[in-house]
Each structure stands twice: as C-alpha cells, then as structure tokens.
Design a protein around this ligand. Structure first.
Ligand code: HEC
Length: 189
C-alpha cells in the first residue's frame, strides 16, 4: 500500500515537471526587458520621453533651460574689445601665487603654452625657433603690459592667431597658469 502511494507521487511529479518542459519552445522569461534591454540609438526618435512641459521625440536632450553644468561658472567678460579692456583692468586672480599653484601652473604651461611662448615666456618656443609660428610676443612686451585679467582673458578666448585654451584648462588651472605667466613676466629682463 505504502509503495503504491510512493509510486503514484513519483509518477505525479514526473508528469508535473515534464508538462512544463517543451524543448521546441524557449522557456518562460520573466521581465524580458531585464535580459534584453531596449536598444535606443543615440539621436534616434523615441516615443514619449517626458521633457519639461512637452513630450519630445528625440532621445538626446539639450540641458533644461536656465541650468548650468555642475561646477561651471559663467565668464562675465565678453570676447570683444570692451570685454578685453575691462578684464585687463578689473579681473583679478581669486587664488594666491603659492608654491603649489605656481608649480601646477608651470606644469600646465609647459604642456600647453611653451611650444609657442618658450619655457621662459620670451616668445621663443620651439615652433617659433623652427619658424612654424610667428608673431609670438614676449610676456614683458611693454606695448602689451599684460595683467592677470588680460592673461586670463587670453587663455579663455585666445587672441588672433592664438586659439582659446578654455577647453583644455578648467577655471582653477587657468588661474594657476595665469599666475605662472605673471611670474615669468616679472622674471624677464
Ligand atoms: C600656437 C601658438 C600659441 C600657443 C600654444 C599659445 N599662445 Fe599665447 N599667443 C600666441 C600668439 C601668436 C600671440 C599674439 C596674439 C596677438 O596679439 O595677435 C599670443 C599672445 C599671448 C598673450 C598676450 C595677450 C595680450 O594681451 O596681448 C598671452 C598672455 C598669452 N599668449 C598666453 C598664453 C598662454 C598662457 C598659453 C597657454 C595656455 C598660450 N598663450 C598658448 C601664440 C600661442
């Protein structure tokens, strides 16, 4: 009697499990999106991404109006003659020329500026010596009378043949380089 019960249960189990198993079809997948995520292409259209007050159909979104990137500071001096003149007179470094700041400034200067301006700031960088780039001034050029503000403005926007370095150097680094350039200028004879 006992073995009959056992056999019945055994057959029952086998039937129960076998009935779920069908090798011709894949098994059930719970939450299939977790295994196969929806692959949106960048810049492709998608339906119903909520954005602000309206529903846009583009996946890549512009930042929300009136917001800025974390850590980004607007630069209030424009890239025109008035902005240049204002920066030259009014803009002062928010950091001090400590040995650490000057050391960091020197390191960055030698990476980004010395090819043209020379490691001493005398306008004799390698590109100038090899006549690849001309018109690079000395930092103590009296007709320019550069200041902290004008150096920073030049790094930020560039000047004529010199390109902007705002993309390579962040705000802190720009000031460190500025202080180092001022130091070079004071050491030039
Ligand atoms: C590709 C060469 C080149 C590089 C690299 C370069 N400069 Fe210049 N720089 C110039 C030239 C050319 C001028 C002269 C622009 C003019 O007045 O027409 C100049 C001018 C300047 C001036 C004088 C601006 C004024 O008020 O008259 C400063 C300060 C200066 N550069 C700083 C830097 C610093 C700092 C870096 C590195 C972050 C740098 N430059 C990188 C070519 C370069």
């Amino acid at each position: 009697m006992k073995s009959l019960v056992k056999i019945t249960f055994l057959i029952g189990y086998v039937v129960l499990f076998a009935s779920c198993q069908d090798k011709r079809k894949p098994n059930y997948q719970f939450f299939p999106n977790m295994y196969e995520s929806v692959g949106y292409e960048t810049y492709s259209e998608v339906n119903g991404v909520p954005y602000g007050d309206y529903v846009s159909r583009m996946e890549a979104q512009a930042p929300v109006d009136g917001t800025i990137k974390r850590g980004w500071q607007p630069f209030e001096y424009a890239n025109d003659s008035l902005g240049t003149a204002m920066a030259k007179v009014n803009l002062k470094s928010p950091i001090m020329p400590t040995p650490e700041n000057l050391a960091k400034g020197k390191e960055l200067y030698n990476i980004y500026c010395s090819v043209c301006h020379g490691s001493k700031g005398d306008g004799q960088g390698n590109l100038v010596k090899r006549e690849k780039f001309l018109g690079v001034p000395k930092y103590n050029d009296s007709s320019r009378a550069i200041t902290q503000g004008s150096i920073y403005h030049t790094i930020y926007y560039g000047k004529n043949a010199m390109g902007s370095h705002a993309g390579q150097l962040n705000e802190m680094e720009r000031w460190q380089v500025t202080l180092y350039v001022e130091d070079l200028k004071n050491k030039l004879k």
